[in-house]
Design a protein around this ligand. Structure first.
Ligand code: FAD
Length: 573
């Protein structure tokens, strides 16, 4: 059953599992556990329904970047001042809706490098998490035909993925530049094979003309098909409550939640486990509100410490992003972004008539490159190599037909080509801490974007690589010059100044409740069970020991698919 208010929930009902957060990972766990008819499951979600008011923003692919921030789909968090970015406060979006961030993200689908999975398995002390063993879970995707290797994609799983669905003016030139500069920018027929290096067509979680999210792919069918699954949304979990002790360890299987700060609080207990899937911000916030974290910090905001786990909320890592653009001469054709917006009515008419046109495709980019610094790079000599192996990239270039930005003011005329630079193996580490003991007050978010010399230097190298790509003959007669003339991006210092103005986050917070097989380290163990406690497992972006070197939603889905099997095995289901 589905409830849109916590007051409606039958309070005498027993659940085997209570899942906190109907987001990317939470819905995978819920749908898989619900396959066992004799098990009862409740999902508690703070955010809103994914259908209803303004929902075209989260269904029509082109509008993805407009679904957040400052909408009802978003938690609308803001960071504290980021010193390397001229002390700007950065909007820090997270999905506040069924499907979580999979309902509001930009839909880019990259599984990541096999090295990243193998390092995850090593740090977890469990080979079940390595690439070879997780590959069958990756096939729980569902594909359309296109520029990809069919044998490495699934065809009957729930999540829909596809390649870019609209011919861009720049497609042929990107491919020609790749052929021309093939030593630095080799073509890779499909970066979802475990080897992601090179330039490939971008894949997206789009099926037909619609966004595919964990709400549409997992939650909705599970609620339709399994009466043992209940959902309550508009219900924010305010803490977990200790309800006993087993083998000298506190048990935390009672979940407290409320509709808003002044509404009554309700409790529900799981007879087996609570699964925290509230994401890299929500999960550490709930743990700390429950007395689980760095004891001194908790006491400082008036929370009684119960479990001292100093890494809760620490190790926050995110990918920094920096867009750069070029003016282009497109023979009088408008920039596709304005073309879609200026001709919105016609575009919508086409979209609703037959699901085609610019609005049916991802609004971000068309192809993307994952690249390594050269072996003899002075950056690697000075700082070491943070990648998980020789098949993993240091940075990414994403190519966009039109003006793409999430930090600059959009121009209102002209035609553009954009390259989005991303440092995919950042070494900056920030933290989530509690600003108060009020669960409805946002936590303090400090991702410390671009705060290490390694990150800044790799971003500078990425921009230079983008400039080399845009200087290929393939762009002759098309690119007419760089877009921002006021900052000289031909020197390292110039790029640094440009970066302090326009770099931002790509919105991939990770690792705030990281796993570790070592005693005395991390927040969860290799089976994702909360350390020093009983009854709590965490499955979401927070448990990753290292941020994936790519767009991470695919790896969250894949890890959640296996976590569901780990839970089933633990309870003999
Ligand atoms: C704007 C944006 C663009 C992105 N673009 C991409 C992209 O193109 N490709 C890609 O691979 N990745 C992208 N990402 C990142 C990716 O979407 C996330 O890493 C991934 O979805 C995280 O999954 P999760 O399960 O950890 O958390 P989420 O999917 O965020 O789920 C957490 C859920 O828990 C709920 N919750 C939180 N606190 C509470 C509470 N106290 N009580 C009850 N419920 C709670 C939330 O409302 C949410 O529904 C993007 C993210 C954003 C925000």
């Amino acid at each position: 059953a589905v409830y849109d208010d916590p007051g409606q929930l039958p309070m005498d009902k027993q659940y085997d599992f209570v899942i906190v957060g109907a987001g990317t990972a939470g819905n995978v766990i819920a749908a898989r556990l619900a396959e066992n008819a004799s098990t009862s499951i409740l999902i508690v979600e703070a955010g809103r329904n994914n259908v209803g008011f303004d929902s075209y923003l989260i269904t029509i692919p082109f509008f993805g970047p407009q679904a957040s921030p400052h909408t009802t789909f978003d938690w609308n968090y803001t960071t504290i001042p980021q010193e390397p970015l001229n002390n700007q406060l950065i909007a820090y979006p997270r999905g506040y809706v069924l499907g979580g961030s999979s309902s509001t993200n930009y839909m880019v689908y990259t599984r990541g490098s096999s090295d990243d999975y193998d390092r995850f398995a090593d740090l977890a002390g469990d080979d079940g998490w390595n690439w070879d063993n997780l590959f069958p879970y990756a096939l729980k995707g569902h594909n359309e035909t296109g520029q990809y290797i069919p044998s490495i994609h699934g065809t009957d799983g729930p999540l829909l993925t596809s390649i870019y669905g609209y011919p861009a003016d720049t497609d042929d030139r990107v491919i020609a530049a790749t052929a021309e500069l093939s030593e630095e920018f080799p073509w890779n027929p499909d970066h979802n094979s475990g080897n992601m290096l090179g330039v490939s067509w971008m894949h997206s979680t789009i099926g037909g003309p619609l966004r595919s999210s964990s709400a549409t792919a997992y939650l909705e069918p599970a609620l339709r098909n399994h009466s043992n699954l209940d959902l309550v949304y508009n219900s924010q979990v305010t803490r977990l409550i200790q309800n006993g002790e087993i083998e000298g360890l506190p048990v935390f299987t009672t979940v407290e939640f409320a509709r808003n700060p002044t509404a009554p609080r309700y409790n529900v207990s799981a007879t087996r486990e609570v699964i925290l899937s509230a994401g890299a911000i929500g999960t550490p916030q709930i743990l700390m509100l429950s007395g689980i974290g760095r004891s001194l910090d908790l006491a400082a905001v008036g929370i009684k410490p119960i479990i001292d786990l100093p890494e809760v909320g620490q190790n926050l890592v995110d990918h920094p992003l920096l867009p750069i653009q070029w003016n282009v001469d497109s023979n009088g054709t408008m920039d596709p972004i304005y073309r879609a917006e200026a001709a919105l009515e016609a575009a919508l008419e086409q979209y609703y008539a037959n699901g085609t046109g610019r609005l049916a495709a991802n609004g971000v980019s068309t192809q993307m490159a994952f690249l390594r610094l050269p072996e003899n790079s002075s950056i690697l000599a000075e700082f070491g190599d943070p990648t998980s192996g020789p098949g993993s990239p240091h940075y990414e270039l994403a190519f966009a037909d039109g003006f793409f930005t999430t930090s600059q003011t959009n121009p209102t005329s002209g035609s553009y080509f954009s390259i989005i630079n991303v440092v995919v193996t950042p070494t900056s580490r920030g933290a989530i801490t509690l600003a108060s003991n009020d669960p409805f007050q946002h936590p303090t978010i400090d991702p410390k974007i671009l705060s290490t010399d390694y990150d800044v230097n790799v971003m500078i190298e990425s921009v230079k690589a983008a400039q080399r790509f845009a200087a290929a003959h393939a762009w002759d007669g098309y690119i007419t010059g760089p877009y921002i003339g006021s900052v000289n991006t031909t020197t390292d210092d110039g790029i640094k100044e440009y970066l302090s103005r326009w770099a931002t986050t790509i919105k991939h917070p990770f690792c705030t409740a990281r796993l570790s097989k070592e005693d005395g380290e991390g927040v969860v163990d290799g089976q994702l069970l909360l350390k020093k406690a009983k009854g709590v497992r965490i499955v979401d972006a927070s448990v990753f020991p290292i941020i994936p070197a790519g767009h991470p939603q695919a790896m969250v889905y894949i890890i959640a698919e296996r976590a569901a099997d780990v839970i089933k095995a633990a309870w003999g289901m």
